[in-house]
Design a protein around this ligand. Structure first.
Ligand SMILES: Cc1cc2nc3c(=O)[nH]c(=O)nc-3n(C[C@H](O)[C@H](O)[C@H](O)COP(=O)(O)OP(=O)(O)OC[C@H]3O[C@@H](n4cnc5c(N)ncnc54)[C@H](O)[C@@H]3O)c2cc1C
Length: 476
């Protein structure tokens, strides 16, 4: 290939890409959304191919180590959890296994409970779950290409919306195209939608409470999860009691004074305020939750909020986030082993394969689901589930009953794409804390797969589908 080199760029002649595969339904990303979409479409008779950049399905919940098994919504989600249980990958922590857990300030989820009160935290082993999910895709007849990265779209302009002809991917076979009829956005960061030219709102747009510091709009911070095994939590709790150090602040101060941890590891909340709760803004103390097995815990490291990084849109931001968070993991693990009784025999078991993006691109669809829809309790003729009732973070955790229309799955400007999961046409304030959980993301995938298979069978585009009754008739 002859390449024309100028001072600040290369001119590369248009490439002739081989068509490596062709399928009726092409799914980008095998997270909760893409996984369920692929299985549902395949079970309804469509030929389906999935491209996944990591070595297992499950997205944030497996590759990202967020193995939450809470919530029961039926469908493929219920099937998966039952299968994980049958294969021994579900772990339940409660007040019997963790008498010192509820109300302990070191816990991610149960810190606000009454000390010693009953609780149940159900998780699945992320690595085991990835194996089972891979088998389920295979059993459904889905062709899944792992370690395969979606990089671009081949588009055809139409009189109205454009159409995707094929996607361009790269894996050890090189760079090639996959042609399809219906394309499903399952990347978790709306990468397919962005490359296809769908309009979107970047993460960080117009978030409440940011002006109280400096008026800069920043995304809700992303995070890197990691696990430690070999922790004796009752010894940790004994140390908290005996040293009168419930938040480990004295222990942290000692390690800081000795130069054993960087000052930003346990950074304070900005301006003393916990806008997204203590978990996301500041990282004032250890933040952990039981997962997978006795003595194994998942720990959180969030991107410092003040840096305002957009890992989904900037390679520089992503590189900085990974370097920083990996250095925090290393520092935290060394600190815990050296200073905190109960961690002497602990070891890093795994670090998430990626820094998860909580507030990435929000594609604009035929309907943008907003907080107003929730507060007004709007009903839609194309509702995808029976009315749901959930507490909304931005409204003081008050519960609201609402419906979600199928039009949130349909991106503006492109005719043959269906959105799922964290890439639905939702505003950040509806997505965050409420409409981004694992069970719901799997439901959205199942709905998208159902719609895609109907499109293939009926030779229709998704925007021409009649949608007169909810896919999930019973609310979660
Ligand atoms: C740090 C963090 C913590 C969270 N904590 C919780 C929690 O406690 N409880 C809860 O219920 N939810 C939690 N969530 C939210 C939840 O995990 C996500 O909303 C959900 O996983 C979104 O599902 P998804 O399928 O849209 O995307 P993802 O889970 O992000 O999956 C996307 C998949 O697409 C693949 N992919 C991306 N780009 C490409 C590409 N170019 N080529 C090929 N493959 C690609 C990825 O590898 C991944 O497997 C958390 C999210 C984050 C980021």
């Amino acid at each position: 290939m002859s390449i024309d080199v100028s001072r600040d760029h290369f001119e590369i002649p248009a490439a002739r890409l081989p068509v490596g595969y062709e399928a009726e339904v092409v799914v980008v990303g095998a997270g909760p959304g893409g996984f369920a979409a692929a299985i549902q479409a395949a079970r309804m008779g469509a030929s389906v191919i999935v491209v996944e950049k990591f070595d297992m399905p499950g997205g944030v919940h497996t590759s990202g180590l967020q193995g939450s098994a809470d919530g029961e919504v039926g469908g493929i989600h219920a099937e998966l959890i039952a299968r994980l249980e049958a294969e021994g990958y579900v772990y339940t922590a409660n007040e019997q296994s963790h008498p010192d857990w509820a109300g302990n300030p070191l816990t991610h989820y149960e810190r606000f409970k009454e000390a010693g009160s009953p609780f149940t935290r159900v998780t699945f082993n992320p690595e085991g779950a990835g194996c089972v999910m891979s088998e389920m895709l295979h059993e459904a007849g889905v062709r899944t290409l792992y370690d395969t990265r979606f990089v671009d779209c081949v588009m055809r302009d139409g009189p109205g919306d454009a159409t995707i002809e094929a996607i361009v991917v790269e894996n050890p076979s090189g760079r090639f195209a996959i042609r399809g009829k219906i394309f499903i956005e399952g990347s978790g960061t709306a990468e397919l939608a962005a490359r296809a030219g769908v309009p979107y709102v970047s993460g960080g747009g117009g978030q409440p409470d940011t002006a109280q510091w400096d008026g800069v709009e920043r995304p809700i911070p992303g995070g890197l999860l990691w696990t430690m095994s070999g922790i004796d939590f009752s010894a940790v709790a004994r140390h908290q009691r005996d040293a009168r150090d419930p938040f480990l602040q004295k222990t942290i101060a000692e390690a800081l004074a000795a130069g054993d941890i960087p000052p930003d590891l346990y950074r304070p909340k900005m301006g003393g305020k916990g806008v997204y709760g203590d978990f996301y803004i500041g990282h004032p103390t250890l933040d952990m939750s039981p997962i997978s097995a006795d003595g194994t815990y998942v720990l959180w490291q969030n991107v410092p909020y003040e840096l305002g990084l957009h890992m989904d849109e900037s390679g520089e931001d992503q590189a900085l986030a990974i370097r920083l968070l990996r250095s925090y993991v290393n520092a935290e693990a060394k600190f815990l082993r050296k200073y905190v009784p109960g961690f002497e025999k602990a070891a890093i078991a795994s670090v998430g394969r990626f820094v998860g993006v909580r507030d990435g691109r929000h594609p604009v669809g035929e309907h943008v689901f907003s907080l107003e829809d929730v507060l007004a309790g709007r009903r839609f003729r194309d509702a995808v589930t029976a009315p749901m009732t959930k507490p909304f973070y931005w409204d003081g955790h008050r519960k609201h009953e609402f419906e979600v229309p199928f039009r949130c799955f349909l991106p503006k400007g492109v005719d043959n794409m269906i959105l799922t999961g964290a890439s639905l046409s939702f505003t950040y304030d509806t997505l965050f804390m409420v409409m981004r959980n694992f069970p719901w993301c799997m439901q959205t995938g199942e709905i998208a797969g159902f719609a895609a298979a109907r499109c293939v069978a009926g030779h229709l585009g998704p925007k021409a589908l009649e949608w007169s009754r909810p896919y999930f008739p019973v609310a979660a």
